[in-house]
Design a protein around this ligand. Sequence first.
Ligand code: ZN
Length: 143
Amino acid sequence: MLLPAGLSITDEEQWVRRMLDRLAAKEQRRRPSDDDLLERASELSVRYLGGKANPSSVRWVDNQQHRWGSCTPDHGTIRISTRLRGMPSWVVDYVIMHELVHLLVPSHGPRFWALVEKYPKAERARGFLEGFSMAANGTAEEC
Ligand SMILES: [Zn+2]
Protein backbone atom coordinates (compact mmCIF):
# COMPACT_ATOMS: atom_id res chain seq x y z
CA MET A 1 0.00 0.00 0.00
CA LEU A 2 1.45 3.35 -1.01
CA LEU A 3 0.65 6.22 1.33
CA PRO A 4 0.34 9.67 -0.17
CA ALA A 5 3.27 11.81 1.07
CA GLY A 6 2.73 14.66 3.54
CA LEU A 7 -0.13 13.16 5.51
CA SER A 8 -0.33 13.86 9.24
CA ILE A 9 -0.80 10.89 11.55
CA THR A 10 -4.53 11.58 11.89
CA ASP A 11 -4.92 12.00 8.15
CA GLU A 12 -3.00 8.80 7.69
CA GLU A 13 -5.25 6.89 10.06
CA GLN A 14 -8.33 8.23 8.33
CA TRP A 15 -6.90 7.38 4.96
CA VAL A 16 -6.09 3.82 6.03
CA ARG A 17 -9.54 3.42 7.54
CA ARG A 18 -11.13 4.63 4.31
CA MET A 19 -9.09 2.17 2.27
CA LEU A 20 -10.07 -0.66 4.62
CA ASP A 21 -13.75 0.30 4.39
CA ARG A 22 -13.49 0.31 0.64
CA LEU A 23 -11.85 -3.12 0.67
CA ALA A 24 -14.53 -4.46 3.01
CA ALA A 25 -17.24 -3.15 0.70
CA LYS A 26 -15.56 -4.82 -2.25
CA GLU A 27 -15.23 -8.06 -0.32
CA GLN A 28 -18.91 -7.85 0.63
CA ARG A 29 -19.90 -7.69 -3.03
CA ARG A 30 -17.92 -10.85 -3.70
CA ARG A 31 -19.38 -12.59 -0.66
CA PRO A 32 -23.13 -12.45 -0.95
CA SER A 33 -25.11 -13.07 2.25
CA ASP A 34 -27.73 -15.79 2.77
CA ASP A 35 -30.40 -13.24 1.89
CA ASP A 36 -28.58 -12.45 -1.34
CA LEU A 37 -28.55 -16.16 -2.17
CA LEU A 38 -32.29 -16.47 -1.64
CA GLU A 39 -32.87 -13.42 -3.81
CA ARG A 40 -30.64 -14.85 -6.56
CA ALA A 41 -32.52 -18.15 -6.32
CA SER A 42 -35.90 -16.44 -6.72
CA GLU A 43 -34.64 -14.51 -9.75
CA LEU A 44 -33.25 -17.65 -11.36
CA SER A 45 -36.45 -19.58 -10.66
CA VAL A 46 -38.63 -16.89 -12.23
CA ARG A 47 -36.32 -16.40 -15.19
CA TYR A 48 -35.57 -20.00 -16.13
CA LEU A 49 -38.07 -22.24 -14.34
CA GLY A 50 -41.26 -20.26 -14.65
CA GLY A 51 -41.07 -19.57 -10.89
CA LYS A 52 -41.88 -23.24 -10.17
CA ALA A 53 -39.02 -23.78 -7.73
CA ASN A 54 -39.72 -21.96 -4.47
CA PRO A 55 -36.97 -22.53 -1.93
CA SER A 56 -37.84 -21.66 1.67
CA SER A 57 -34.21 -20.91 2.44
CA VAL A 58 -30.86 -20.75 0.68
CA ARG A 59 -27.81 -20.50 2.87
CA TRP A 60 -24.06 -20.85 2.96
CA VAL A 61 -22.66 -23.82 4.85
CA ASP A 62 -19.02 -24.57 5.53
CA ASN A 63 -19.37 -28.26 6.38
CA GLN A 64 -19.76 -29.38 2.78
CA GLN A 65 -16.34 -30.45 1.63
CA HIS A 66 -17.44 -32.85 -1.07
CA ARG A 67 -20.35 -31.13 -2.68
CA TRP A 68 -20.91 -27.66 -4.06
CA GLY A 69 -24.51 -27.61 -3.06
CA SER A 70 -27.27 -29.75 -1.59
CA CYS A 71 -30.95 -29.52 -0.92
CA THR A 72 -33.84 -31.05 1.00
CA PRO A 73 -36.79 -31.01 -1.43
CA ASP A 74 -39.33 -31.81 1.33
CA HIS A 75 -38.40 -28.64 3.17
CA GLY A 76 -37.40 -26.58 0.16
CA THR A 77 -34.05 -25.80 1.73
CA ILE A 78 -30.86 -25.30 -0.26
CA ARG A 79 -27.32 -25.22 1.08
CA ILE A 80 -24.38 -23.81 -0.82
CA SER A 81 -20.77 -24.61 0.06
CA THR A 82 -18.76 -21.63 1.29
CA ARG A 83 -15.98 -22.90 -0.99
CA LEU A 84 -17.90 -21.17 -3.78
CA ARG A 85 -17.46 -17.80 -2.12
CA GLY A 86 -15.32 -15.54 -4.23
CA MET A 87 -16.03 -17.56 -7.40
CA PRO A 88 -17.64 -15.75 -10.34
CA SER A 89 -21.34 -15.06 -9.76
CA TRP A 90 -22.34 -17.04 -12.88
CA VAL A 91 -20.73 -20.12 -11.30
CA VAL A 92 -22.53 -19.60 -7.97
CA ASP A 93 -25.74 -19.05 -9.96
CA TYR A 94 -25.23 -22.37 -11.71
CA VAL A 95 -24.97 -24.24 -8.39
CA ILE A 96 -28.10 -22.47 -7.12
CA MET A 97 -29.85 -23.33 -10.37
CA HIS A 98 -28.75 -26.98 -10.05
CA GLU A 99 -30.25 -27.19 -6.55
CA LEU A 100 -33.41 -25.34 -7.62
CA VAL A 101 -33.99 -27.95 -10.29
CA HIS A 102 -33.46 -30.67 -7.66
CA LEU A 103 -36.45 -29.24 -5.80
CA LEU A 104 -38.46 -30.18 -8.90
CA VAL A 105 -36.58 -33.26 -10.10
CA PRO A 106 -34.61 -35.24 -7.47
CA SER A 107 -32.46 -37.39 -9.77
CA HIS A 108 -29.93 -36.52 -12.46
CA GLY A 109 -32.02 -37.80 -15.38
CA PRO A 110 -32.66 -36.26 -18.82
CA ARG A 111 -35.52 -34.19 -17.42
CA PHE A 112 -33.23 -32.78 -14.75
CA TRP A 113 -30.51 -31.75 -17.22
CA ALA A 114 -33.03 -30.32 -19.69
CA LEU A 115 -34.15 -27.90 -16.96
CA VAL A 116 -30.60 -27.11 -15.79
CA GLU A 117 -29.59 -26.31 -19.38
CA LYS A 118 -32.12 -23.49 -19.44
CA TYR A 119 -29.44 -21.59 -17.57
CA PRO A 120 -27.26 -20.42 -20.49
CA LYS A 121 -23.92 -20.79 -18.72
CA ALA A 122 -24.62 -24.23 -17.24
CA GLU A 123 -22.13 -26.06 -19.44
CA ARG A 124 -19.44 -23.45 -18.90
CA ALA A 125 -19.97 -23.42 -15.14
CA ARG A 126 -19.77 -27.22 -14.94
CA GLY A 127 -16.46 -27.07 -16.80
CA PHE A 128 -15.22 -24.36 -14.45
CA LEU A 129 -16.12 -26.37 -11.33
CA GLU A 130 -14.69 -29.58 -12.75
CA GLY A 131 -11.43 -27.84 -13.55
CA PHE A 132 -11.35 -26.28 -10.11
CA SER A 133 -11.93 -29.63 -8.37
CA MET A 134 -9.31 -31.39 -10.44
CA ALA A 135 -6.76 -28.73 -9.65
CA ALA A 136 -7.68 -28.77 -5.96
CA ASN A 137 -7.86 -32.45 -5.15
CA GLY A 138 -8.00 -34.58 -8.26
CA THR A 139 -11.67 -35.42 -8.11
CA ALA A 140 -14.57 -33.87 -9.90
CA GLU A 141 -17.61 -33.42 -7.73
CA GLU A 142 -21.09 -32.27 -8.25
CA CYS A 143 -24.21 -32.73 -6.22
ZN1 ZN B 1 -27.31 -32.67 -8.41
